[in-house]
Design a protein around this ligand. Structure first.
Ligand code: SF4
Ligand code: SF4
Length: 80
């Protein structure tokens, strides 16, 4: 499933450069993850890089975007 940034985001920009899919961008009030581009870092890394670096600990799984490992791998292949 894609990941979701909560209202606790401080817009520090730390997560943007670590995303292998360029899925994160600045929104009106907080940063946003494009679910069409987020693969949970499947295809590129062992774990979600944005979660690792976020100082506000405000990135979690998005229950509205549940996907299988195979779907995430296919999404990554389609993006690259
Ligand atoms: Fe990008 Fe990975 Fe975070 Fe998804 S989990 S937004 S692919 S860094
Ligand atoms: Fe927001 Fe965390 Fe990304 Fe900083 S690293 S912009 S606090 S989601």
């Amino acid at each position: 499933m894609a990941l979701l940034i909560s209202e606790d985001c401080t817009c520090c920009d730390t997560c943007v450069p670590v995303c292998p899919n360029k899925a994160i961008s600045a929104g009106d009030t907080i940063y946003l993850i494009d679910p069409a581009k987020c693969t949970e870092c499947v295809g590129a890394e062992d774990s979600p890089q944005c979660q690792l670096v976020c100082p506000a600990d405000c990135i979690a799984q998005d229950p509205k975007h549940v996907e299988t490992q195979a779907q995430l791998e296919a999404k990554y292949a389609g993006l690259h």
